[in-house]
Ligand binder design. Structure first.
Ligand SMILES: Cc1cc2nc3c(=O)[nH]c(=O)nc-3n(C[C@H](O)[C@H](O)[C@H](O)COP(=O)(O)OP(=O)(O)OC[C@H]3O[C@@H](n4cnc5c(N)ncnc54)[C@H](O)[C@@H]3O)c2cc1C
Ligand SMILES: NC(=O)c1ccc[n+]([C@@H]2O[C@H](COP(=O)([O-])OP(=O)(O)OC[C@H]3O[C@@H](n4cnc5c(N)ncnc54)[C@H](O)[C@@H]3O)[C@@H](O)[C@H]2O)c1
Length: 458
């Protein structure tokens, strides 16, 4: 049987740099990929969705110009929007191929599965290696709704193949993907309905985050249906007909199904290498990414890490350090993430509820957009900034920023928390006027009991 030094299964966000690094060090590295190189992020996730949203939010902002007295007629060239998205995706994809090739990684385009301990078969190649890394990601979870199977519904996988703007869009799921892509198509002109099983969108966030988002979606003309299930799907004459548990019927030319993800571990035959999966199929790992089989590690979404690209990438850095003998773990990082709706949600660290559940004597301060000069000047009236602190140590524990481009601004908190900073440090900082960033020391000033924390001229 052929051998290698390292086998990587899946070209996800952590697997690619790991494979390239080991190959650059002169080791024999083989990477198995059953689909497009670069995984979900580059092909069906972050890259195409954010390129798509750049167009959608440009249209949305132009339409909102009327609040500032600017009236424009937006004309959407949908095929051009989608062609640009696919071009960007393709260029990123090519970049991955070049990176792996120039590092000397042997890429095998086949689905891999374990046939023995640390022994992997893909296509007609069977290999054994002392080090195997699983980075196989997730795929769309599809609900078992009568009538759905066999219809041409959309998921994040085929969404970016669209060439015609659907006149009416129906979305099942009120999470990240439903909100981002649903709001995106609505802003480009689809009459959109969001069907949400729970009582609010983004159910895992704080309730007032959901409220702001719901208001923003309504302003984009999106119909919101809470607390309902889809009982039946029909597809006739190119029109989807959905019957909801409330008895309501909805129709649309497109149906987007985005109710969460399932791990890509079914094909792995993990048990053949003594690798245990949990009851949902995620690979079980310890705090150093080790599976239940010696020499086999798992990173990213398939290992039930928070499902974000930067997490999978950071998994790579930590696993690399661990394999080089450093005593790192996976659980001591400050988690940040963002939702790319308008307004955006930028989140870092703990919410107040999470902190209190951990027994921390925590408190939070919140500053609404109506008290931020920059937001008033630009007409960005939806949202708020919130900071959570430890009342005993004064350390900053977390932040939730809902507003314009907060995915950028929230990094201030990421660095402060990483540095173990107190809220007094933020309060002392003199931020530039007039900026959104200026509101962050103002937020801290609320802890001084300052009721008028805004900028000097307010
Ligand atoms: C629509 C959408 C938008 C997103 N937007 C963002 C965002 O803005 N920011 C963010 O941080 N995250 C975002 N995410 C999440 C992000 O894409 C993932 O968390 C990220 O890609 C990490 O995935 P990964 O490294 O675990 O594996 P993946 O990127 O999923 O890659 C796994 C790879 O393994 C391959 N594979 C699976 N099984 C096998 C097998 N048996 N043999 C060979 N190959 C196999 C797959 O084909 C795939 O290429 C988004 C996701 C989606 C779906
Ligand atoms: N900006 C980003 O970083 C970004 C963007 C997109 C996706 N992602 C990642 O991808 C993951 C998956 O996104 P997602 O939107 O598919 O999942 P999600 O978990 O964010 O949302 C799923 C939604 O579907 C609903 N739902 C679940 N089961 C249902 C059912 N049977 N019927 C009807 N509704 C149901 C849930 O209540 C929820 O509203 C995210 O958790 C995130 O980690 C990240």
């Amino acid at each position: 049987m052929e051998t290698a030094d390292v086998i990587v299964i899946g070209s996800g966000q952590g697997g690619i740099p790991l494979a390239a690094d080991f190959a650059n060090e002169g080791r024999k590295v083989v990477l198995f990929e059953r689909d497009a190189l670069g995984g979900s992020c580059i092909n069906y996730g972050c890259t195409p969705s954010k390129a798509f949203l750049a167009a959608a939010h440009t249209a949305g902002r132009a339409n909102q110009g009327k609040k500032l007295g600017i009236h424009t007629e937006v004309e959407v060239d949908f095929p051009a929007v989608m062609e640009r998205v696919r071009e960007i995706r393709s260029s990123f994809n090519q970049g991955i191929r070049q990176r792996l090739e120039s590092a000397g990684v042997k890429v095998i385009c086949a689905e891999a599965s374990f046939v023995g301990e640390r022994t992997v078969k893909g296509g007609d190649v069977t290999l054994q290696a002392p080090l195997v890394i699983i980075n196989t990601g997730t795929s769309s979870l599809i609900p078992d709704i009568p009538g759905l199977a066999g219809t041409p519904y959309l998921t994040n996988r085929n969404f970016f193949d669209l060439n015609t703007l659907p006149a009416r869009l129906l979305v099942i799921g009120g999470g990240y993907i439903g909100l981002e892509l649903g709001q995106g198509l609505a802003r480009l002109g689809s009459q959109t309905h969001l069907i949400v099983r729970g009582d609010r969108v983004l159910g895992q966030e704080e309730a007032d985050v959901s409220e702001v988002l719901a208001e923003a979606l309504k302003q984009d003309g999106i119909g919101l249906h809470f607390g309902v299930n889809v009982n039946h799907v029909a597809h006739e004459n190119n029109v989807f007909k959905l019957t909801l548990s409330s008895g309501e019927q909805l129709q649309g030319e497109a149906l987007l199904v985005v109710i969460g993800r399932k791990p890509n571990t079914g094909a792995l035959n993990a048990a053949n290498s003594g690798i245990e999966l949990d009851d949902k199929g995620f690979v079980k790992i310890d705090d150093q990414f080790h599976t239940t089989c010696s020499g086999v590690y798992a990173i990213g979404d398939a290992a039930k890490q928070p499902a974000f690209t930067h997490v999978s990438w950071e998994d790579y850095r930590r696993l690399k350090a661990i394999l080089c003998g450093e005593n790192r773990t996976r659980s001591d990082r400050v988690l940040g993430y963002a939702v790319y709706t308008e307004p955006q949600v930028g989140r870092v660290g703990m919410t107040l509820e999470q902190a209190q559940k951990q027994g921390i004597n925590a408190c939070a301060v919140t500053l609404p957009m109506s008290q931020i000069a920059r937001a008033i000047e630009w007409g960005h009236d939806l949202g708020f900034y919130r900071m959570v602190i430890d009342s005993d140590t004064d350390k900053i524990l977390g932040a939730t920023l809902v507003g314009y481009e907060t995915a950028e601004l929230v990094h201030v908190f990421l660095s402060l928390i990483e540095a173990g900073a107190t809220w007094q440090l933020l309060e002392r900082s003199v931020h530039i006027h007039p900026t959104y960033g200026e509101a962050l020391p103002s937020l801290a000033r609320l802890l001084l009991g300052d009721n008028m924390p805004g900028c000097p001229n307010m």
